[in-house]
Design a protein around this ligand. Structure first.
Ligand code: SAM
Length: 305
């Protein structure tokens, strides 16, 4: 007679799962809100726990129900599925919270990767947590970690900065604030803006080592690596489509302190848009110089005819 392993009732109780045991089946999914990571391209990148949660949930909230159906069909799942996206989230949230308080099991998924990461769900989790509703992460793919790990750039500290503003002037301002960050930087970018974004990054950060990860985990996955000022030219025109992540290495020690030319340029720009105080604050933050130095320089610049 073969013995059937005890399947833990608590989905968090990994220690209780005997070696070689089958995954908990959907019935073992406790009530609560499940944040379920789904593939970022390759449909096989799904965890057994994710399948259990999707199969066992009373309701799956999906960013795009049509897109999610592809995933459900691949795994023979037929969950009750409703839309939860940036346009209806404010309207839907209260009824979702009420259902959770009544003891329902609800899974949240996005079109790809980990929900809440440049995707909807943050306010739902915040409010569920405030109401003491159980919230579980079912971790799995996320484009930022896939890109960082294949980049060949330092992984010990990183800043995920999401999407940059589409307009170059706002983008450069956002980049300037991240210039002094002592960590690898990760950005999501659309294919039609990637070359312009790389040019702005080269202008702001100089020729730091960088990488563009394109169509990760998919059939036509490609990686481009090189100094920021050469990277845009390396990507063939026909590859300027699909999904992209940009990873940039941290600054060298010698990059830390801005020289006078960099400070003057940033101050000119900041003073044309902001008060003296906030311009000085902004440039102090990114230049690595003391506030006093920047303040004095700003006064000098203002005195110039
Ligand atoms: N929640 C997702 C995650 O965990 O990665 C991100 C969603 S965000 C709306 C979509 C962006 O993620 C794309 O514009 C692209 O920058 C990046 N992305 C998603 N899938 C990707 C892939 N397979 N290869 C490269 N980048 C990808």
């Amino acid at each position: 007679m073969t013995s059937v392993p005890n399947i833990p009732k608590d989905p968090n109780d990994q220690a209780a799962l005997p070696q070689g045991a089958i995954a908990p089946n959907p019935k073992d999914i406790a009530p609560g809100l499940y944040l379920v990571a789904t593939p970022i391209g390759n449909l096989r990148d799904i965890t057994l726990r994710a399948l259990d949660a999707l199969a066992g949930a009373d309701l799956v909230l999906a960013e795009d129900t049509r897109m999610s159906r592809r995933l459900f069909e691949a795994y023979g799942l037929r969950p009750k599925c409703e839309a939860y996206h940036e346009h209806n989230a404010d309207r839907r949230r209260q009824s979702v919270l009420t259902a959770l308080q009544e003891g329902r099991t609800i899974a949240l998924i996005s079109d790809a990767g980990t929900p809440l990461i440049s995707d909807p769900g943050y306010k739902l989790v915040r409010e569920a947590a405030a109401l003491d509703i159980a919230v579980f992460a079912i971790p799995g793919p996320s484009a930022l970690l896939a890109a960082l790990t294949v980049s060949g750039l330092p992984t010990d500290k990183f800043l995920f900065a999401g999407f940059l503003p589409p307009k170059s002037s706002a983008r450069k301002r956002a980049l300037a604030k991240q210039k002094a960050t002592q960590a690898s930087l990760i950005y999501y970018e659309t294919a039609n803006r990637v070359v312009a974004a790389l040019a702005d990054m080269a202008e702001t950060f100089g020729p730091r080592p960088a990488m563009v990860g394109r169509e990760l985990t998919k059939r036509f996955e490609s990686h481009y690596r090189g100094p920021l000022d050469q990277l845009g030219a390396q990507i063939p025109k026909e590859e300027l489509r699909g999904e992209m992540v940009i990873v940039i290495g941290p600054p060298e020690e010698s990059d830390d302190l801005w020289d006078e030319t960099q400070i003057d340029k940033a101050l000119h720009q900041a003073l044309s848009e902001q008060s003296l105080k906030s311009a000085v604050d902004e440039v102090t933050k990114v230049s690595g110089q003391t506030r006093r130095t920047i303040y004095q320089r700003a006064l000098d610049l203002q005195k110039r005819p």
